[in-house]
Write a protein that binds this ligand. Structure first.
Ligand code: EPZ
Length: 445
């Protein structure tokens, strides 16, 4: 697919699309398969770039990975796990943050792991200090080298007590994937409790792990000697569902998102309703639409689960440019997630960003010079523009903005959207969007 998309905006998105398994769960469940001594099968797997990257990384480590993309099934056989060549792993430097989660499983299976320079979206520094501290606490030896980080466990891995400075999703997953086969007990406090983590715990329990979760964000893990494989259907992607919901709102459209789950989206649904969006929860998905009239401005703060996800923020901000009055958005998860608003301003949106913690409590980024609060004044008609996609969620937001704007926009670098949005070109077509990728005319209104 071309990295350039020509978008003729100004028409509502209408129709039905399907959302499959969550990107931020599927990749972790695939890594978990490394811990088992028997094959595993994961269902409801989307066809996205991140799944390809993790499949390739697993293959480099001797795992047999068989994919049936249409059925959404992946079979993983870790019987012959082996060390990969550093140069081969290094070829994946910069493509994903998942390699850091290979550490615990590889240390258990092989006694060593190598981590290249990590990728992922540029939405802040995204350090890995929590991950390395956790691995050291389990008894691993971390050796930072020029090419990357080499980690060994000369005396094996032993359960430990860990308190996270912040309920980090990745650090919680790191602890789980390491503790399940460490000897003895592990207690993790201030853990993240996102639905994707609960689903990972379900997978690990199917494999034979013993894990309990308390209401106060404490997770206790009793290490076991061996784990089996698993068969599991991934929970659906609530970020993708929220993104299409925001697209329906911004374009005054009507989208049925088959596969969207109310349980995992309650906070989003409350906010969507406060802005003025309408939705109808059905057994097989959720219909989201703009009911006509004005949208309302809101005060919004992103937070860890059960708060409003940071990944929902960028698409929703586009819809807020169409709401009447001043909306205040305080981003408390990433220090640098408003870069995408530059392009929206270029399209006519009135958005100011501030260093102060606006509209809520002080967060970790207060008084530290991070532009992490935004004030959106609307409604402002958006006009077509030349746009360069900055990152995954920001990129999808730019796409929504281009679809909302009157006129023809050119959006460059859209390949990055494949990292997390399955078949998004086909879905745009199904929703009647007037878009052209490369030479291919997708649909005409
Ligand atoms: C996961 O990233 C997701 N990625 C992100 O989705 C999501 O935005 C994020 O969780 C929060 O929900 C994947 O699951 C692959 P964190 P993760 O550790 O685990 C700081 C998307 O668009 N931190 O919870 O990397 C960090 O800088 C992506 O799909 C440290 O300081 O996020 C951030 O401010 C983007 N040191 C905060 O914690 C560390 O060692 C939360 O990050 C680790 C994190």
């Amino acid at each position: 697919m071309s990295g350039l998309l020509t978008v003729e905006g100004g028409a509502p998105l209408q129709g039905e699309i399907t959302v499959r398994g969550a990107k931020n769960f599927v990749s972790k469940a695939m890594v978990a398969s490394l811990l088992g001594e028997e094959p595993s099968e994961l269902r409801n797997v989307p066809e996205i770039r991140d799944v390809e990257v993790v499949s390739d990384l697993l293959r480099l480590h001797g795992v047999t990975v068989e994919r049936d993309p249409e059925a959404g099934v992946i079979a993983l056989d870790p019987s012959n796990v082996e060390s990969a060549h550093v140069a081969d792993i290094d070829a994946y430097a910069g493509s994903s943050r998942i390699p850091i989660l290979f550490c615990g499983p590889l240390l258990h299976r092989l006694g060593e792991a190598f981590i290249p320079d990590l990728g992922g979206c540029r939405i802040g520094d995204r350090p890995i200090d929590y991950h390395l501290d956790i691995l050291r606490k389990f008894g691993a030896v971390v050796d930072k080298r020029v090419q990357g980080i080499h980690i060994t466990a000369p005396r094996g891995l032993t359960g430990t007590k860990i308190h996270l400075p912040y309920p980090s999703v990745g650090a919680t997953e790191q602890t789980l994937l390491t503790a399940v086969r460490a000897s003895g007990l592990t207690e993790l406090s201030n853990a993240a409790i996102e639905p994707e983590i609960t689903d990972l715990i379900a997978v690990l329990q199917k494999m034979g792990a013993i894990i309990s979760v308390d209401t106060d964000r404490t997770i206790r893990i009793e290490g076991v000697d061996r784990l089996t494989g698993f068969r599991h259907t991934a929970l659906s992607d609530r970020i993708e569902a929220g993104s299409w919901a925001s697209a329906a709102l911004a374009t005054r459209g009507d989208i049925f998102v088959r596969g969207a789950s109310q349980q995992d989206m309650m906070t989003f649904l409350n906010t969507f309703r406060k802005v003025g969006g309408a939705f109808d929860v059905r057994d097989d998905g959720i219909r989201f639409w703009h009911p006509g009239g004005d949208l309302s401005s809101i005060v919004l703060e992103t937070d860890v689960h059960p708060g409003f996800m940071t990944d929902w923020q960028q698409p929703l901000v586009v819809a807020l440019t169409q709401a009447t009055g001043l909306s205040i958005v305080h981003e408390t998860v990433y220090e640098n997630r408003f870069g995408f608003t530059d392009a929206l301003r270029g399209m006519g949106a009135t958005i100011q960003i501030y260093r102060e913690c606006l509209g809520g409590l002080e967060c970790r980024f207060g008084q530290r010079n991070f532009y992490h609060s935004a004030v959106v004044s609307g409604p402002t008609p958006l006009k077509a523009a030349e746009i360069e996609v900055p990152d995954l969620r920001g990129g999808f937001s730019h796409l929504i903005a281009a679809l909302t704007a009157e006129g023809t926009s050119r959006v460059r670098g859209i390949d990055i959207i494949n990292r997390g949005y399955e078949n998004f070109m086909d879905k745009l077509e199904a929703l009647g969007a007037r878009v052209t990728a490369g030479e291919r005319k997708v649909a005409a209104a």
